[in-house]
Design a protein around this ligand. Structure first.
Ligand code: NAD
Ligand code: ISE
Length: 335
């Protein structure tokens, strides 16, 4: 029987995940949706046969046909949703960020440890992007030697109205924090945030772009240009500079055309387009693992480590200078 999934939060990501579970991947179906905005939940549920509508996550989780939970509400609502899922002993895929700050993320690490086994996969979907997985596999062969630097560019067309200067770090750079830890295989020890002049294309008062430098325990540096009102497209690029060569993803050269004296291609306009394959693989992998009784992929520890780095980043943004990251000792549950 297919895995019955409750999707919590039916906004942009939640609605896209409902479509994905129903139409793209195998082995699961959406049995309930939850949103504090009942109308929004109803609209999404209307596309799915037999899908229940709730405004309270715990009520959905108590239902017999809910076997697993996909959390796609905003970051500040994640802690309560995960605690409820733990109370109902349900496996979870939680969209990034795990939570917006280190203390709440640590409470979740502790709660999962009390359960004594992993229950949560965090939605750092770049780990499932075919370009990124090839880059990771290449680094693991050792052919390029030791990574010394990672250069990241992360550009969005425009930020939503609720976006703050802090969210460029907690919601956007959170991805590069995870990619840095995953590709380089070391924790991040310190963060510096530089503020170039803000773009006239950014909303008044938003510090956009920002330039973030992440130091790692292995000695490699990772820098991130985050620019969420670039206007022209959605771009995510990563270049690793190693002792014997470099490797880069995100050039977007999949289709190049030549016509009328010019050559070129198109640029994705948002993450749902650029990372469509990654989300499909991520959710399929979660469903497959869950049906086997396993939890794989980015862990709650990865979510906590990212939250701690982002919290240091927010302090660096406000205070200037270099801010060290403080992590608790890594529990054995997370390898
Ligand atoms: P959104 O604002 O479009 O949707 C959020 C929805 O959650 C809204 O419908 C809202 O009414 C609902 N909601 C708010 N509080 C709730 C609660 N307590 N219980 C149930 N529903 C609640 O936001 P979005 O862009 O879809 O983002 C949702 C999550 O997905 C965030 O964590 C965000 O960081 C993440 N996200 C991830 C990616 C990615 O690339 N992996 C991309 C975009 C967003
Ligand atoms: C959004 O929440 C995402 O996760 C996207 O992947 C990222 O590009 C964007 O900056 C975030 O706001």
């Amino acid at each position: 029987t297919p895995l019955g999934v409750a999707v919590i939060g039916t906004g942009r990501m939640g609605a896209d995940h409902v479509r994905r579970i129903q139409e793209v991947i195998s082995g699961a179906r959406v049995t309930a949706v939850v949103d504090v905005d009942a109308e929004r939940a109803k609209t999404v549920a209307a596309r799915v046969d037999g899908c229940a509508v709730h405004t309270d996550a715990a009520a959905a989780m108590a239902s017999a046909d809910v076997d697993a939970v996909l959390v796609a509400s905003p970051g500040p609502a994640h802690e309560a949703a995960l605690m409820a899922a733990f109370a109902h002993d349900l496996p979870v895929l939680c969209e990034k960020p795990l939570t917006p700050d280190a203390a709440s993320a640590l409470r979740l690490v502790e709660a999962e440890q009390t359960l004594g086994r992993r229950r949560v996969q965090v939605g750092f979907m770049r780990r499932y992007d075919p370009e990124h997985t090839r880059l990771k596999a290449l680094l693991e062969t050792g052919q390029l030697g030791r990574p010394l630097m990672l250069h990241n560019r992360h550009r969005n067309v425009a930020s939503p109205a609720f976006f703050t200067s802090e969210m460029l770090i907690t919601d956007s750079v959170a991805h590069e924090v995870d990619v840095t830890r995953w590709l380089l295989g070391h924790e991040i020890t310190a963060v510096t945030v530089l503020r170039p002049a803000s773009s006239a294309g950014a909303p008044e008062g938003l510090a956009d772009p920002q330039f973030v430098v992440l130091e790692t325990a292995g000695g490699a540096l990772s820098d991130v240009e985050i620019f969420v009102n670039c206007g022209f497209g959605y771009q995510v690029q990563a270049e690793v500079v190693c002792e014997r060569g470099t490797a880069r993803v995100g050039d977007g050269h999949a289709l190049v055309t030549a016509m009328a004296g010019r050559w070129g291609g198109s640029i994705a306009q948002d993450w749902t387009e650029r990372f469509a394959d990654a989300y499909d693989r991520e959710i399929q992998s979660w469903v497959d693992a869950t049906r086997r009784g396993e939890v794989t992929g980015p862990s709650i520890w990865d979510g906590y480590a990212a939250a701690a780095v982002c919290e240091a980043g927010v302090r660096a943004l406000h205070e200037g200078g270099r801010v060290e990251v403080e992590l608790v000792e890594r529990p054995s549950l997370y390898g």
